[in-house]
Design a protein around this ligand. Structure first.
Ligand SMILES: NC(=O)c1ccc[n+]([C@@H]2O[C@H](COP(=O)([O-])OP(=O)(O)OC[C@H]3O[C@@H](n4cnc5c(N)ncnc54)[C@H](OP(=O)(O)O)[C@@H]3O)[C@@H](O)[C@H]2O)c1
Length: 257
């Protein structure tokens, strides 16, 4: 990261931060001086992250929660508010994908993807925004996707959830803006995390074709996604609200050859 942000004294909660993009966002925020709430379901990863924070002098708080279980959302928000007091920003990053053909969708998979990728960010933002209002404002960044604005085979529930996220985020930005809360979203192309590898790395031909549609010729890495998220969280983006920032190497500028 070339730009050095100073988030000293700021407090953020990053969902899905046990690994992948969320872990990198949490890591960059802590390196910039922020206190960070880290969450996911994997208790051994949460323990390891907490130990690592202690060793490096970072301030972090961890709690396990399954975001597809609605009743766990308020417990998660209560935990971080009790540990951190004021929370300046929420990063709705946790997400899943279950590949299915449009003519063979299963209720369980559709419900799980929508619950994790859409319902949880909406409800969590509501819980955190109510507290942010009392403290004069805050920021929310959603890790949406290139799938928010274009279709991919076997991504029915995923595309629906990620496009839905943008629809809701515009309403949230409009309603929460007057309370000093900014709501923005990012849309990465493929990132070779566990999720990305599962969807794009097992079929070499499919991966090559996808990369060939990206004018910059490659997938994006977690560090590059996190640095855009940090910009949106920072005061440098004080007047950016209701926006969606694609991080797609130019994919959406045109897929022609
Ligand atoms: N990778 C890509 O190509 C790509 C592209 C565009 C957008 N995105 C988006 O980026 C975000 C992060 O994805 P990633 O690629 O970093 O995936 P990842 O490596 O699979 O990490 C997903 C994170 O979400 C957490 N999570 C998943 N289901 C959860 C649940 N039910 N409750 C609580 N936490 C849960 C996981 O934690 P536990 O396992 O500990 O629960 C993990 O920390 C997602 O929203 C994804 O849609 C990814």
């Amino acid at each position: 990261m070339n730009i050095k942000y100073d988030f000293t004294g700021r407090k953020y909660v990053v969902t899905g931060s046990t690994r992948g993009i969320g872990y990198e966002i949490a890591r960059q925020l802590m390196a910039a001086g922020a206190a960070v709430g880290v969450t996911g379901r994997d208790q051994s990863r949460l323990n390891a992250i907490e130990a690592d924070c202690r060793e490096n002098g970072f301030e972090c708080y961890t709690v396990g929660a399954d975001l597809t279980v609605t009743s766990e959302l308020s417990a998660l928000a209560d935990f971080f508010h009790s540990k951190m007091g004021r929370v300046d920003g929420l990063i709705n990053n946790a997400g899943i994908n279950i590949l299915e053909s449009a003519d063979a969708l299963t209720p369980d998979a559709v419900e799980r993807v929508i619950a994790a990728n859409l319902t949880a960010p909406m409800l969590l933002t509501s819980l955190f925004a109510a507290e942010m209002k009392k403290h004069g404002g805050g920021t929310v960044v959603n890790v949406a996707s290139l799938s928010s604005v274009t279709a991919f085979n076997h991504h029915s529930a995923y595309c629906a959830s990620k496009e839905g996220l943008l629809g809701w985020a515009k309403v949230a930005a409009m309603e929460l803006g007057p309370s000093g809360i900014r709501v923005n979203s990012v849309g990465p192309t493929v990132v070779l995390t566990e999720l990305g590898k599962r969807d794009w790395n097992s079929d070499a031909e499919k991966r090559k074709r996808m990369e060939s549609y990206i004018p910059l010729g490659r997938f994006v890495n977690p560090e590059e996604v996190a640095s855009v998220v940090l910009f949106l969280l920072s005061d440098e983006a004080a007047m950016v609200n209701g926006e969606f920032v694609l991080i797609d190497g130019g994919y959406m500028t045109g897929k022609g050859i």
